[in-house]
Design a protein. Structure first.
Length: 224
């Protein structure tokens, strides 16, 4: 009888030990998540005034946006670090074309005042850095590889700007206990620093700064 009890106790001890090891080795998946995002960005470019004055097509205010990032949650706080890209559809005239691409990073810190476990609401601040590339070129250009002298190839202007934004944002989390938890997030950013339009190959006279402009977005975040 004693031997039987010892065997039972030993087996229980082994099972409890294995369970404890599994518990220690398996982190809480709700505390750290990779995610994908898709939505739209709304940017008020001051550079549009220069384009308009030159009779060129202006940059669209609205552009589709996709991103990837990671999220960390600790008690009543939520943190996101995200990389996003927005492509502004080409604007054309019979003679010219304007192409714009924006890419950058968002750091998001939120407080969760309401959380039922399956649904939550959070609010906080975004700190963002965005790089914008703008290309203006004459349509129908031809490049002759037997003549690569830049002086004989005209009709292309390439400019870029770097802008730091800060502003509020809010999120609504849905289906958090399901296999596919999602969030709807929207925010607004105010251009604080940088934003001057520059060129990598030429000096730029009469430039304009995007600091002071506004940027907004709305997106759906899907946890992976």
């Amino acid at each position: 009888m004693k031997k039987t009890l010892l065997v039972v106790v030993a087996l229980l001890g082994m099972q409890l030990g294995a369970l404890a090891q599994d518990t220690i080795a398996t982190p809480d998946k709700g505390n750290f998540n990779l995610f994908l995002s898709a939505g739209a960005s709304f940017t008020d470019f001051k550079f549009n005034d220069k384009l308009k004055a030159s009779g060129l097509p202006e940059i669209n205010t609205v552009a589709p946006m996709i991103g990837i990032g990671f999220n960390a949650t600790a008690k009543e706080f939520l943190v996101d670090f995200e990389w996003n890209t927005s492509y502004f559809s080409d604007k054309k005239t019979p003679a010219q074309q304007v192409r714009t691409l924006t890419t950058g990073f968002d750091f998001r810190l939120h407080y969760l005042p309401w959380n039922t476990g399956n649904t939550f609401f959070s609010a906080g601040v975004d700190l963002s850095y965005y790089y914008t590339q703008n290309d203006i070129f004459t349509r129908g250009n031809v490049i002759d590889l037997n003549d690569l002298d830049p002086a004989t190839h005209t009709g292309h202007i390439s400019l870029y700007s770097n802008t730091f934004y800060a502003g509020p944002s809010v999120s609504l989390g849905l289906f958090q206990k399901s296999e596919w938890p999602v969030r709807i997030t929207t925010g607004y950013g105010y251009g604080l620093l940088g934003g001057k339009w520059k060129s990598e190959v030429a000096a730029v006279n009469n430039s304009v700064r995007e600091s002071g402009n506004s940027r907004a977005y709305v997106k759906v975040i899907l946890y992976m």
